[in-house]
Design a protein around this ligand. Structure first.
Ligand code: CA
Ligand code: CA
Ligand code: CA
Length: 398
């Protein structure tokens, strides 16, 4: 094959030269039936590439493969960079939302230190008992005003439920009544307008209780609080009409008012409460030693007389201040900071947060998880789902 067979592009017309086409005196003759008026692309005859320097500018197969590979790599890098940028943006959004929630929650939390308790201590009460009464009342008030599960909202003050003189608060505070109204309105809507049966409605409301109670607290604690949040920070992911604050991945941001088991913290003692040793009478048991050390060195600031050294379980005798815990009990009473947490990129909390357990009077209470192991609230569930969580404890440290 020779040059006469090659295709050329001139002025946007394709012309064909060659002896098989009409020739006039050696000149190429334009033959209109072979002129294709189209200049938007270039065509090479594959058979002529070896002969024409002009047409050798086309891609060889190897060049094409190399180019495709490079494009693939660049596209891969760009996609990875895009995903990283998205993740970074989601993390920043989540951190910003949690920082705002933390500021409101912690301000309220600190205010309990100077909060006057609505209780009357009988005259001639021993100081240790008076201190215990005040501490119990304070913790019950925190539960009622800063609930982290709907069970806290529907349950009356412990004194009214258990006729327990140690709780002493007998009337539900105004905030609790406001939460209760919201909850009951939602329940009535689910039953009457959506036709749900009552147990399904209760279960749906109970789902995401930590996140929903956090929202109610922020909304009702001060009506101007919500002005700090934009619409994309609020959602209702379980569709029960009770809103939640949502993180950068669209998942609810949850609350544990007390998280003694949360051991990735720098703002409260790091204590392994994933399990309870079987031999809690052994004074040398490492968990017992660790807990006692935390109780003594970083004591709960709300317990100024240090009455909460042993246990607060209802029915146990009140220990005198500063006494070591009695046998068969574990030390309690170290600093607890409310935990506000997002599940992070994996969308999983991975923390022990059993919503159906109502507060029974002891923030250090341990519960049995699905596997039958004892864990403190906030302890990792053991499936390594919590490593990417975003929490206010991390933000508080910055
Ligand atoms: Ca719910
Ligand atoms: Ca909801
Ligand atoms: Ca997670």
């Amino acid at each position: 094959m020779n040059d006469r067979m090659k295709w050329r592009v001139e002025s946007g017309e394709w012309r064909v030269a060659g002896s098989q086409w009409p020739v006039d005196g050696g000149r190429r003759v334009r033959h209109s039936s072979f002129i294709i008026r189209h200049s938007s692309f270039r065509v090479h005859s594959p058979l002529s590439t070896l002969h024409s320097p002009l047409l050798r500018r086309g891609f060889t197969l190897v060049e094409l493969l190399v180019t495709i590979t490079i494009i693939g790599i660049v596209a891969g890098i760009s996609l990875g960079a895009l995903q990283m940028a998205r993740r970074f943006a989601a993390e920043k959004k989540t951190q910003a939302t949690i920082a705002k929630l933390d500021a409101i929650v912690m301000q309220r939390y600190e205010s309990y230190r100077t909060r006057r308790m609505p209780i009357t201590i009988p005259p001639n009460t021993r100081p240790a008992i008076a201190a215990r009464l005040k501490l119990n009342a304070l913790r019950d008030l925190m539960r009622l005003e800063m609930p982290d599960r709907w069970e806290d909202v529907v349950r009356d003050p412990l004194a009214a439920v258990n006729n327990n003189p140690l709780s002493a608060i007998t009337t539900p505070p105004a905030l609790q009544m406001a939460y209760r109204n919201k909850r009951n309105t939602a329940e009535a809507y689910l039953v009457n307008s959506r036709g749900m049966n009552i147990s399904d409605a209760v279960a749906l409301i109970g789902n995401l209780g930590g996140a929903e109670c956090l929202y109610q607290f922020i909304a009702m604690e001060n009506p101007s609080n919500l002005e700090q949040f934009s619409q994309n920070e609020i959602g209702d992911t379980d569709n029960d009409t009770l809103p939640e604050f949502i993180d950068g991945w669209g998942k609810p941001i949850s609350l544990l008012r007390w998280a003694p088991g949360y051991n990735s913290s720098n703002v409260q003692p790091n204590i392994n409460t994933q399990w309870i040793p079987t031999n809690i009478n052994d004074p040398n048991d490492p968990i017992r030693v660790q807990r006692l050390k935390a109780t003594m060195e970083d004591h709960d600031p709300f317990d100024s007389r240090k009455v909460d050294v042993a246990t607060m379980d209802q029915g146990n005798p009140i220990p005198p201040p500063n006494t070591p815990p009695p046998p068969n009990t574990l030390p309690t009473g170290w600093r607890l900071v409310p935990l506000i947490y997002s599940g992070g990129p994996d969308g999983q909390y991975g923390l022990c947060d059993v919503q159906q357990y109502g507060y029974r009077g002891n923030p250090y209470e341990t519960i049995k998880d699905q596997n039958g192991n004892f864990r403190g609230m906030g302890a990792p569930t053991g499936e390594s789902l919590d490593f990417d969580n975003i929490t206010n404890h991390q933000i508080e440290m910055k």
